[in-house]
Design a protein around this ligand. Sequence first.
Ligand SMILES: [Zn+2]
Length: 172
Amino acid sequence: MDSEVLFHILQDLGLPEDYGEKRGLPFYEEAKILVKIGLNPYGKTIYLEPDTAKAWKKMKKAALDENIELLPLSGFRSIHTQAAIIRMKLEAGRTLDDIMTANAPPGYSQHHTGRALDICTPGFIVPEKAFDQTPAFQWLTIRAQEFGFIMSYPERNSEGFIYEPWHWYFVL
Ligand SMILES: [Zn+2]
């Protein structure tokens, strides 16, 4: 994305151009090629970049072999969609500072790359902290790394995001 366009999107939300930089957040390019990996529990089609999609498929199968069902909740998200999510929360009356602890500014979300995946499991289909109490999460903490996935935002992460046990990033 053109940096002028990105600056305009940030300014539009009330964020300074250098917000991401100042906070030490890496910029993430949008994926160019995406593949469908299926539907999330709400019926929305989820997309990932091809290598991540392949790794996800393998990991999902390995989990299922141990009676753990992993479901995708969210995958690729464009810079524009990220801006729209933040705008919706602002319109709902939340402050920008508060929103910025749970949502990366547009351009700085790992979801732009198609390599990040929010994972849930039947019976727990919301991105909430208590996901870490599920057998699915326990399985992920032991096995996800084998498939190239790491949990990006553990408790007290240096990026200043809330603890996100559901958010996994493909790093191979
Ligand atoms: Zn996420």
